[in-house]
Design a protein around this ligand. Structure first.
Ligand SMILES: NC(=O)c1ccc[n+]([C@@H]2O[C@H](COP(=O)([O-])OP(=O)(O)OC[C@H]3O[C@@H](n4cnc5c(N)ncnc54)[C@H](OP(=O)(O)O)[C@@H]3O)[C@@H](O)[C@H]2O)c1
Length: 262
């Protein structure tokens, strides 16, 4: 797949990995981009930063079903079709499950999972109207392995993994590819309150994720060999991984407390 001349819808393109993905798209020759995000000022800023791009700016919350319906209706009206859908917007609220506020639990499911299912559903007719379409869903390493103190976030991201597998198989006859990216810790606003380890840059994650979309890779897994080995252990010998994780229990708990970006 080539990017030149493609029509793209991205959620959460105003900051972090999403904004870097817009940079990649523009580098590849995309000039029609619809963006959904809540902060109007940041949406405005995009048009100033990427002068050659004709943006459709949709200021709204992806957890609001009307925002999603109106966004897709607007795209249908203006473009008549869609080539690439990128489900990127996401939030996190970590810590021991009993300490997570009920609203934060609901919001993570609504924004990270339900919105992705609904927006994809609404976009399918527009993607079918494209000659060659692609969907990129941004999951997380925590969607591959259930880690303590990220039970809610990890559940939403595991949902994205399963949804991506289902949709890839469901949409294959329509020449619509589905790629799921699994970033590990990435240096964005989302991680400002995370007291953890080294991180990938959002530029690197964006570049590799868009390359995965263009190559029609089913999965783009970050974190190198170490992460691949951990994934294999989680599948083949989960009890072994339990023991390893138990060794850093307190460290993990401390790092997760106050890790909230909503
Ligand atoms: N950073 C990491 O370490 C990491 C690791 C693995 C996976 N990921 C995933 O990668 C994706 C991007 O994360 P990031 O680190 O780039 O996050 P970020 O820097 O916090 O940016 C989040 C983007 O999503 C938008 N957004 C958040 N909630 C929204 C809502 N309710 N409705 C509409 N837009 C919303 C934000 O804009 P507004 O606030 O203006 O709405 C912003 O543009 C997320 O799905 C995240 O779960 C991140």
């Amino acid at each position: 797949m080539q990017l030149e001349g493609k029509y793209v819808l991205i959620t959460g393109g105003t900051r972090g990995i999403g904004k870097c993905m817009i940079q990649e798209l523009v580098k590849g020759g995309v000039s029609k981009i619809a963006v959904i995000a809540r902060d109007k000022q940041n949406l405005k800023q995009l048009a100033q930063e990427f002068e050659g791009v004709k943006f459709i700016k949709i200021a709204g919350d992806v957890a609001n079903i009307e925002v999603l319906r109106d966004a897709v209706a607007l795209i249908e009206d203006k473009w008549g079709h869609l080539d690439i859908l990128i489900n990127n917007a996401g939030i996190v609220s970590a810590g021991p499950l009993e300490d997570i506020q009920d609203e934060d639990l609901y919001d993570q499911v609504a924004i990270n999972l339900t919105a992705v299912l609904l927006l994809t559903k609404y976009c399918i007719p527009l993607l079918k109207a494209s000659k060659e379409a692609a969907i990129l869903n941004i999951s997380s390493g925590l969607g591959l392995i259930g880690k303590p103190f990220y039970a809610v976030y990890g559940s939403t991201k595991a949902g994205i993994r399963q949804f991506s597998d289902s949709m890839r198989r469901e949409l294959a006859p329509f020449n619509i590819s589905v790629t799921c990216a699994f970033p590990t810790a990435t240096d964005t606003d989302m991680m400002q309150k995370f007291k953890g380890r080294e991180m990938d840059s959002p530029e690197f994650v964006a570049e590799r994720s868009i390359a995965g979309l263009l190559n029609k890779e089913s999965q783009v897994i970050f974190g190198g060999e170490e992460r691949l080995n951990e994934n294999a252990m989680n599948f083949n010998a989960p009890d072994e991984l339990d023991k390893i994780i138990a060794e850093s229990y307190e460290e993990r708990k401390t790092a997760s407390i106050d890790h909230k970006a909503v």
